[in-house]
Design a protein. Sequence first.
Length: 234
Amino acid sequence: MTMNKSDKLTVGEIVANDFRAASIFKNAGIDFCCGGKRSLSETCEEKGINPATLEKELKELEKEPLSPSLSFKDWDPGFLSDYIMNTHHKFVLKNLPELVFYTQKIASVHGGHHAELIEIAELFAKINQELLQHLKNEEEVLFPAIKKALASNSADIKETIISEISRMTGEHEFAGGAMDRISEISNHYLVPADGCNTYAVTYKLLQQFEDDLHIHVHLENNILYPKALSLAEA
C-alpha cells in the first residue's frame, strides 16, 4: 500500500482494508476507530508525524499476505455482527463490573494523593452505564435488524438500521472520548511509585479495555455500520 494510494483513504478505511495497519497507527498514537473518518494526511499533519515513516511501515505489510481470519471487510454483515457480539461484547460485559470495582477502590484508597483517580472512577462509572445499554440495543435491535435486512426489503427494518446507527455512532464517540481522557490523566496507565498491586492491576485492565474498545469500535464504525447502511439505502 503506497502512501499515494493510502493517502486518499481515511485512516479507518486503511485499517478496514488491512487490519494489520491498526498496530502501526496505535504505535503512532493515531485513532483509527472514532477518529477513523479523517484522511491520513490530515491525521499526520495534526499529530506532527512524518508521512514517509508511515509509508515505509505500511509498505512492509505488503510483503506478507493478509490472513483470511483478519479479512473482516469481506465478512457477511450478519456473521460480523455475531463475531462482534461473541468476542467484543463478551469481553466488555466480563470486564465492566471488575473495572467499576477496581477504579472505585483505588480512588478511595489513593485519591487523596492522586486526584485523577477520582475522575477516572467517575468516568468509568459513566462508561459502564452507557455501554451496558449500548450493547443491549445492538444485540436486541440493531444486529437482528441487519440480519433481517439481508433477507427482506422491509422499509421499517431499513429505517431502524439508519436511526440506530446514527445514535450508536454518537455513543461510540462518548465511550472513546472518555477512555482517551482516562488514558491522558493516568499518564497512559503509568503506575506511580506509591501505587499498590491493585493500582497496577487496575491500570493494566484499563489499558486492555481501551485496546479492545478501539478494535470493537473500528469493526463497527468502519466496517459493519457502512455495510448495514448500504443494505438500508439500497
